[in-house]
Each structure stands twice: as structure tokens, then as C-alpha cells.
Design a protein around this ligand. Structure first.
Ligand code: IMP
Length: 192
């Protein structure tokens, strides 16, 4: 079986992707190849950051790899927090402070529509491929649910009346930005 590096140190994300690609590729995370760097995410777009991480692994390790980057894009805030989603309220990446700042900035606006966007960058045998996953919804004024992470308690996907944080994991994965992007990667790898 061929090996594919997932340029992530997040054990939950690695396990999830490993399960999906089971039997097709052996998935290794950054720690598995001895990479303990916090790869700088300095690009000004979600696509750019996904590519940065993939390039880093190709340059330093010469291995086939993919990486992902995600952001919440709010219509009334011209796409913010977007690429800055993790550090919206500051360098300590505090999810509650991020939600509080989002609510404060959104308070004057009637339009509370938003979307999550994930971009996966795959570098396979020297060729790059991008896969995008989107989920549309809106930002609730109050927080609901205890599951998930990040902005999940305030994000309600279109067609639902519950937040991502109230949904069970399988259902969120089925409709989420990340789930959709991973599914596209999977479809591509199956026919590659
Ligand atoms: P990452 O690129 O997956 O690390 O995501 C960047 C930031 O976007 C995270 O720190 C979260 O604030 C937010 N985020 C990403 N995915 C989700 C999600 O599925 N639910 C809620 N917030 C998310």
C-alpha cells in the first residue's frame, strides 16, 4: 500500500481521514514522519495556507502529501473571519473569545448568513490538486450544543434548525465543509 502524508498534527482529524482512506493508502500524520514543526500559516487565503503546508512536506520530506485549511466566511463581514478564523480574537486561539467577537461585529447587521470553507491541497507525484468543501448556513445569536469545536455552537447549516454543536458527529461529517472536501479527495484517489 502506498503512503500518503496528511500534513496535520491533529489526532482527531488524522484518525477520521485514516478511517475514510482505509485500504487505499496508509495515512501518516506529521508526528509519524518526525515533523514536530508548527508549519507557518502565513498566506492570506485559505487555498494559500493549504498549499503552504503541502509544499512544506514535499520540500522537507519529498513525500506525497495533502493538507487542509478551513475558515468561516460571514457575508455581512465581507468574508471575515475567513483565513483568520482560528486567531480572530488573538494569538491564543480562544474559541469562546472568537465567538464573542464575531457576535459583537455581527450585531449591527440583519444578514447573518455565513459559510464554512475547507480547501484540501494534494501534492501527488509532483502534481497539485485542490478540493473545496462548502456548507452554507447562518450565525445564531445564542449558542447551542456542546459537541464539535470552534464556531460550531453558533453555526446552523441551511435546512436544519440545530447548530453543528447539537448534531451527532456522523451527521456533521456527512454535510460539513471538511466532510465534503475529504469526500472529493477520496473520490479522486479512488480513480487515481
Ligand atoms: P482549521 O484550518 O481546521 O484548523 O480551522 C481553522 C479555524 O476555523 C478553527 O480554529 C476553528 O475556529 C474554525 N473551524 C474549522 N472547522 C470548523 C468546524 O467544523 N466547526 C467550527 N469551527 C471550525
Amino acid at each position: 500500500m502506498q503512503t500518503l502524508i496528511f500534513a496535520s498534527s491533529n489526532p482527531n482529524k488524522i484518525r477520521e481521514v485514516r478511517e475514510m482512506l482505509d485500504g487505499l493508502y496508509e495515512i501518516k500524520g506529521l508526528h509519524d514522519i518526525g515533523c514536530n514543526e508548527d508549519i507557518p500559516e502565513t498566506a492570506d487565503t485559505i487555498e494559500g495556507n493549504a498549499l503552504l503546508k503541502a509544499h512544506y512536506v514535499v520540500e522537507h520530506y519529498g513525500l506525497n502529501c495533502f493538507s487542509e485549511d478551513t475558515g468561516l466566511e460571514v457575508t455581512a463581514l465581507n468574508g471575515a473571519p475567513g483565513v483568520h478564523s482560528a486567531r480572530y480574537s488573538g494569538e491564543d486561539r480562544d474559541p469562546q473569545a472568537n465567538i464573542d467577537l464575531l457576535q459583537k461585529n455581527l450585531a449591527p447587521h440583519a444578514d447573518r448568513s455565513a459559510r464554512f470553507k475547507t480547501v484540501i491541497a494534494l501534492s501527488l507525484d509532483g502534481v497539485e490538486h485542490l478540493f473545496e468543501g462548502l456548507v452554507y448556513g447562518h450565525i445564531r445569536q445564542e449558542q447551542f450544543g456542546t459537541g464539535g469545536f470552534g464556531y460550531d455552537p453558533v453555526f446552523v447549516p441551511d435546512g436544519y434548525s440545530i447548530s453543528f454543536a447539537e448534531m451527532d458527529k456522523e451527521e456533521k461529517n456527512r454535510i460539513s465543509h471538511r466532510g465534503r472536501a475529504v469526500q472529493k479527495l477520496l473520490d479522486f484517489l479512488k480513480q487515481a
